[in-house]
Ligand binder design. Structure first.
Ligand SMILES: NC(=O)c1ccc[n+]([C@@H]2O[C@H](COP(=O)([O-])OP(=O)(O)OC[C@H]3O[C@@H](n4cnc5c(N)ncnc54)[C@H](O)[C@@H]3O)[C@@H](O)[C@H]2O)c1
Length: 268
């Protein structure tokens, strides 16, 4: 019997990266999954992949920053599967235009906050009533190592810092209904998008052309476990989505190979 047998989950951003890997893991563990994704091609392809492996999945075209779109997506999930036990608010990311505060375009601030902070709020707003009806559930939000501390991306860090307090608030407000809420704060994850962004030749230490690239390569060397695969994060999400984690609520799990929790001394 799978660790999520009988559960219904939706995952946002499930056409790619961490959410896609997690949707596959949830389905392998017996959950029925609704894939909320903006990109029609990748969303439909993820649905096919899960079905071809024997899982039960539907792709629901969704813009998670749009109130009506999220409302409809939750309704479609209920129409199809009848209930909702686990939600994973995973779509997110930072923009290259997320510049120092005094230089940032206001539209970039709003766009980043909408994707990373408004979206989990909208999903919770429409999913929680169904979880209450069903006697409980598990909410999994996505923070980031760049929200555990400050970074050079102010809007992204602020949105991901906000997710941690939003998660604690959900945990406090809905404990009486049997609803748990936790967040995962990944370090660098080797998603397809990141591979194309970072694993170009210039990011290898020996080829690093710029000081910033050299610094990044050196940092990753200092924290050898800080770069993970989407499946590493999916494993944590399965734990949070299953009843195995029933003692956990309100936490943010730093899944970054220790990068946010210790200082490595350069010369000992
Ligand atoms: N990958 C990393 O290194 C890393 C590190 C720290 C935190 N995170 C966080 O983990 C989460 C997943 O990141 P990832 O790297 O797997 O993402 P990704 O970029 O690989 O995939 C994101 C998916 O979300 C979809 N999406 C974007 N906007 C959407 C919208 N408005 N509505 C619906 N879908 C939308 C995209 O089409 C894409 O399929 C994000 O919240 C991210 O901030 C990732």
């Amino acid at each position: 019997m799978g660790r999520m047998e009988g559960k219904v989950a939706f995952l946002t951003g499930a056409g790619a990266g961490i959410a896609k890997a997690t949707a596959k893991a949830f389905a392998r563990e017996g959950a029925k999954v609704a894939l909320f994704e903006l990109d029609r091609d990748t969303g439909a392809a993820a649905e096919r992949e899960i079905r071809d492996s024997g899982g039960d999945a539907i792709f629901v075209h969704t813009d998670v920053t749009d109130d009506e779109s999220v409302k409809r997506a939750v309704e479609k999930t209920i129409e199809r599967f009848g209930k909702l036990n686990v939600i994973m608010n995973c779509a997110g990311g930072s923009l290259l235009e997320d510049k120092p505060v005094h230089e940032m375009d206001l539209a970039i601030w709003h766009k980043t906050i909408a994707l990373n902070l408004l979206h989990p709020f909208l999903c919770c707003r429409y999913a929680i009533p169904h979880m209450i009806t069903d006697g409980g559930g598990s909410i999994i939000n996505f923070a980031s190592h760049m929200g555990l501390k400050g970074s050079q991306r102010p809007a992204y860090s602020a949105s991901k810092g906000g997710i941690q307090s939003f998660t604690m608030t959900l945990a406090a407000q809905y404990a009486d209904y049997g609803i748990r809420a936790n967040a995962i704060a990944p370090g660098t994850v080797r998603t397809e998008r990141n591979k194309s962004r970072y694993e170009t030749k210039e990011f290898l230490p020996e080829n690093s052309a710029t000081p910033a690239a050299r610094a990044r390569a050196a940092l990753l060397k200092l924290y050898p476990f800080s770069v993970g695969e989407p499946e590493d994060i999916a494993a944590i999400a399965v734990f949070l989505g299953s009843d195995e984690s029933r003692m956990l609520t309100g936490t943010t799990i730093a899944a970054d190979g220790g990068r946010s929790t210790y200082i490595k001394v350069l010369a000992e």
